[in-house]
Design a protein around this ligand. Sequence first.
Ligand code: AMP
Ligand code: GLY
Length: 427
Amino acid sequence: MNILVIGSGGREHALCWKLRKSAHAGKIFCAPGNAGTAQVAENIPIGATDISALAAWASSAGIDLTVVGPEAPLAEGIVDVFRERGLRIFGPTRAAARLETSKAFAKDFMQKHRIPTAEFRIFHDKEYDLLRDFLRDAPYPLVLKADGLAAGKGVLIVEGYDIALETAEAMLRGRIFGEAGRTIVAEEYLTGIEASVFALTDGNRFVTLAPAQDHKRILDGDMGKNTGGMGAYAPTPFVPTETLAEIKIRIIKPAIDGMRQAGTPYTGVLYIGLMLTDRGPKVLEFNCRFGDPETQVVLPLLEEDLAVLLDEIARGDLQRSRVNTLDATAVCVVMASSGYPDAYETGKVISGLEEIDEEADGVIVFHSGTKRSGDTVLTAGGRVLGVTAIGPGGDLQKTIGLAYRAVQRIRFDGAYYRMDIGRKGIV
Ligand code: AMP
Ligand code: GLY
């Protein structure tokens, strides 16, 4: 099976790495990829949203299966285009991807199917007066979300009426999030522990991967600005078997059944961002893709042949209702460029990579923003590396130690990382 992975981050490196281990994988390509994907796949210089060029290339190169990493091409309908051309692809159609691309759609859908989520109201841009009245009497803190894709920045927690009004005005009238903010979801503020669960589905059946926890804030102790994710670990003790069973019954199954009944079957991976509240798990958000950096910890724990699993799903013929997971723990520490998530410099030389041996150290260095220049690897993004340790099952402490020992052997100018990845999982 010749496989094309689309994207260029740590998630895509982890996908290529795991697919490379498949007994059924032939050639693996990554478009456009990075210096890490180049170690396990052949990079193809086509951008992730250049859909027609990707489809043309996949046809001519004899690709049997395409796996889409990021949401942008999914939102633009890459799955629809590939399927029209008879190309097999793993991911949701543009219509199904609305579970991520429109928060208003996702909230209405959850309400209709009684999927537990925060209470909400939806306001369109013509309803500014209605929104102002609502904000006057709303409970605070309140969460205001831009309806559309806003590069992870479209969620704002507001503490009172004045700031809420100012924010709503900036979204609806000032268009700080462009068209994505033309519709606003005002949502109840939930408290609890956050977790990520990935369901792989062919539209009917599904399997879940090891529940994980991300670390979204830039500073230790979950302080400071939101980022794409500064580290992750799996499995998380906050989603034991009974909780996962509840998530399957109350959230995943009704979501998959509801999308099928609506005539827009959901296929691919459904990322469920959860708040574990004292009234049970509630959905914070759906994403239509694998999470980054959760993928870097979840895939190394998967015992199955990933190529076979994703191919079954892309064919609409998932053959199982559960997958086997290794008795192990995974911790990924993201090394970022100084300044991230704001402005940062790139082009710094990364050293120490060759000192880390996957087999001997139990550590895989997944590349996020890197590029090769001759014999050296340079930083090329905000998140640069995802240093991922695989340790013994049930021993998170030891696995955290393994990950940080490897982090300390890697150097680049301005390297920044959190010191507390995984600590919240030690209970
Ligand atoms: P989202 O993009 O919807 O996942 O939101 C980004 C982050 O905002 C989440 O990971 C949460 O930390 C926070 N968040 C979103 N919705 C809520 C909510 N209803 N209550 C509390 N925090 C929230
Ligand atoms: N790790 C968060 C995300 O992928 O959206």
